[in-house]
Design a protein. Structure first.
Length: 200
């Protein structure tokens, strides 16, 4: 008894749309760049965050999240192109690294695009790129504030904020003060810049 199943096109349409968007973005003519430094910084941050994630996913054989990561990066690249990034060194780096990340999951289209943009044959002989960890750093971090284990607020800080800054801002928050209701907290714990836990 066979275990064959009827062919089902459902699910392929999303992938097809994604690859059509990849092809369109990488083959459209590039005009004069006019992007702001902030646009280019955001593009590089998303690029290297994606490269870090995709590298980890390949190493752990978690292939389902690789494509979703590349889809998210493509959306960021479209935004960057609309903001004038195309033609900049940052844009060229994004195109290069995107295709290297794409090659293991879509070898034929990656090879075709690699040659279309004038790169030497073959993409499959290129080294895997290194993550620029400095580029992945966020400018701001959002930290939840709990009181007696219940989420009461979320505060945004510069990424380089000290634990003392975070503790002070949490206690100064109007929302937190309302829940404290004039009581002094017994403990205020800042957990690795990821959580503020207040015990009353």
């Amino acid at each position: 008894m066979g275990y064959g199943r009827p062919w089902n096109r459902t699910g392929i349409e999303g992938t097809y749309r994604w690859l059509k968007r990849v092809w369109a973005l990488f083959t459209e003519p590039v005009g004069q760049p006019f992007a702001s430094p902030e646009t280019l910084k955001i593009l590089r941050r998303k690029l290297h965050q994606t490269l870090r994630q995709v590298t980890r996913d390949f190493e752990q054989f978690e292939f389902n999240t690789i494509v979703s990561g590349l889809m998210e990066l493509l959306n960021e690249m479209y935004k960057a192109k609309e903001a004038g990034a195309a033609g900049t060194p940052e844009w060229n780096e994004a195109v290069d690294l995107y295709l290297r990340m794409l090659a293991p999951v879509c070898p034929h289209i990656a090879e075709e695009l690699w040659q279309t943009i004038g790169k030497p044959y073959s993409i499959h002989t290129q080294p895997w790129p290194a993550v620029d960890l400095a580029a992945t750093a966020e400018d701001e971090i959002t930290i939840p504030v709990q009181i007696n284990g219940k989420l009461r607020d979320r505060l945004v800080f510069p990424a380089d904020a000290t634990e003392e800054n975070i503790r002070s801002a949490a206690l100064a928050s109007e929302t937190v003060r309302k829940y404290l209701d004039g009581k002094d907290p017994k403990k205020v714990i800042v957990v690795q810049k990821k959580l503020v836990s207040i015990v009353v």
